[in-house]
Design a protein around this ligand. Structure first.
Ligand code: FES
Ligand code: MG
Length: 578
């Protein structure tokens, strides 16, 4: 954040145009507020703060956001602001089909236009379940009003017969044990009742925990906010403090362009690496940065990943869960160990520089938050691979893969779509060996559609029974941050638009060398060309509605999957008030 601007006057507030002037329109707006029981004393001359709430009855991770909104309001009233709660699309990760990623940009557009069309001076953003964090930030950054993110926070640890269970990761793990016949249906049912036992987001280092940490590292939350478990009383207190702070931010005119910068994005990438964060963050952070006019690409992630160690010992890369991470000191403690990699001169929404925020931060458990000389992994949270199979790049999390698969050559076993794959892997007669490379086509931004989290292809049942737990898998899909294994994801360009992934056939030799960052299909160039010429594009899936808009404008994974017309560009005019 640059030097502070002079405090604003009430007449300079955006909402003044709706509420403060003496004309027939403003009379209408004020009388309609009075209709709701508000008095002039409630709003006159005060910053109007939108609370963008992604609560819904079917969003398990945001169940507490209904009351958190009230706690935010308390802070806004205390500080002399006027709170207005505006609901926005909720995007519950497990329930929204075909995938929440189809709607991230929808949420971003909704946030931007909610803020633009109403008499709003500043915004609190309430969210945390996977796509809600990037959707909220993308929209708010594009609108450019002062904004502060209140992360939903992780749920408590799961529990089954005294064993700790982690979201996602342990579901996959015990599903394989069930398929292998090592646990019973009754065990599996008990696990169902124990794996998610409070409100809040996934408590492994999935997309939610990673993105909430990224939002904090970008500077959009109060200090340590992203690590507070949703069910901890610190959480509502943080919500109220955020409400107080956003009112000051409006008077100080702290707009998002003063928070997000190339250096802030760099800080966020450092944190993402040190957390061993989800591969999904790569897509979201590229999209967020581009909304702010900051060019960011895959190479930036790879370069950083070679320098920054993984220090957070949290599943799936590590051992513990986000609740333990909080007790160990939270993100503030982790960041205090990353000082050499961070730009500490940046100011956050808390109106403090990082050097001040990190002062006195302490790690309380050196196994949960590791020391730089005893990291979980010395490097390698993210590797970006390129080659003739992924000319614009693909990503992988080497830390989550079996080491010998990081350099591998094997025959392709190709599935043209999800259904074909799902059926084949259950077939005990499937001709497959542990050396095979499983390939899923048509699961990208257009192909999925919406780039679903199908990238952790199930190990074929036949091999699971033989004890195989990891194989090389390649797709243009994403994978859940709670997933693990030797999965190469986000292959760009995707198969649906004619990327080379579409041209792979059963038995083709695939070569992966993560140390060289290479991913190649070993067929000769002329054969590749011949197949390319024979390839025909699939018919468009949608003729109308959101799907049609999506397929016309969605970008590829290496570009952040934003719509072409939503990236930073010419400013959007303020609405006329007639
Ligand atoms: Fe909401 Fe995982 S399902 S964060
Ligand atoms: Mg997820």
């Amino acid at each position: 954040m640059k030097d502070r601007r002079p405090l604003r006057s009430p007449e300079s507030l955006r909402s003044h145009r709706w509420l403060g002037v003496q004309d027939l329109r403003a009379f209408g707006h004020r009388s309609r507020l009075q209709q709701m029981g508000y008095d002039r004393a409630d709003f006159a001359g005060k910053p109007v703060i939108a609370i963008i709430n992604t609560w819904s009855d079917i969003n398990q991770c945001h169940a507490h956001l209904r009351t958190r909104a009230e706690e935010v309001k308390r802070g806004i009233w205390q500080a002399g602001g006027f709170p207005l709660e505006l609901p926005a699309m909720s995007l519950s990760e497990p329930f929204v089909k075909p995938t929440t990623m189809l709607y991230r940009n929808f949420l971003a557009m909704e946030v931007e236009e909610l803020l633009r069309s109403h008499p709003i001076d500043g915004a609190i953003l309430l969210g945390g379940c996977d796509k809600t964090t990037p959707g909220l930030l993308m929209g708010a950054i594009s609108m450019g009003l002062p904004c502060l993110f209140v992360p939903a926070g992780p749920m408590l640890r799961g529990n089954w017969r005294g064993q700790v269970l982690g979201s996602g990761s342990d579901a996959w793990k015990y599903w394989d044990e069930l398929r292998a016949g090592n646990i019973t249906e009754a065990d599996w049912e008990e696990i169902e009742g124990g794996i998610a036992r409070s409100f809040g987001t996934c408590m492994t280092m999935g997309t939610a925990a990673s993105m909430m940490a990224v939002a904090e590292a970008l500077g959009f939350t109060l200090p340590n906010a992203s690590s507070i478990p949703a069910a901890d009383a610190n959480h509502p207190r943080m919500a109220t403090a955020s409400g107080r702070r956003i009112v000051e931010m409006v008077w100080q005119d702290v707009t998002p362009d003063q928070i997000i910068s190339r250096e802030a994005v760099q800080n966020a990438m450092v944190v993402h690496n040190a957390m061993g964060g989800s591969t999904n963050v790569i897509i979201h952070l590229i999209a967020i940065a581009r909304r702010a006019g900051i060019a960011l690409d895959l190479a930036d992630f790879d370069a950083l990943s070679r320098k920054v160690p993984v220090l957070a010992n949290v599943r799936p890369s590590g051992q513990y869960l986000m609740e333990d991470f909080w007790y160990a000191g939270g993100l503030r403690a982790l960041m205090s160990r990353l000082r050499p990699h961070l730009d500490l001169s940046l100011r956050t929404v808390a109106d403090k520089r990082w050097e001040e925020i990190l002062q006195g931060a302490e790690v309380h458990n050196n196994d949960v938050i590791r020391d730089n000389d005893n990291p979980v992994f010395a490097e390698g949270a993210t590797a970006v691979l390129t080659g003739n199979l992924a000319p614009n790049g693909a990503v992988m999390k080497p830390a989550a893969a079996r080491a010998d698969l990081l350099s591998h050559r094997g025959p392709a076993l190709v599935f043209p779509d999800y259904d074909a794959m799902a059926k084949a892997v259950e077939d005990e007669g499937l001709e497959v060996t542990p050396d095979h490379v499983l390939i899923l086509q048509n699961a990208g931004p257009q192909g999925g559609p919406g780039m679903p989290e199908w990238g952790m292809l199930p190990i074929p049942r036949k091999l699971v029974r033989q004890g195989v737990r990891d194989m090389l898998r390649i797709s243009d899909a994403r994978m859940s941050g709670t997933s693990y294994g030797a999965c190469i994801l986000h292959v760009a360009p995707e198969a649906w638009v004619g990327g080379p992934l579409a041209l792979v056939r059963n038995g083709d030799e695939i070569e992966v060398d993560v140390s060289q960052r290479s991913l190649n299909l070993r067929i000769d160039a002329r054969e590749m060309e011949r197949r390319r010429e024979a390839w025909t594009p699939p018919a468009p899936r949608y003729q109308r509605g959101w799907g049609a808009l999506f397929q016309q404008h969605i970008g590829q994974a290496d570009q952040g999957c934003d719509f072409d017309f939503l990236q930073a560009g010419a400013p959007t005019p303020e609405p006329e008030i007639h």
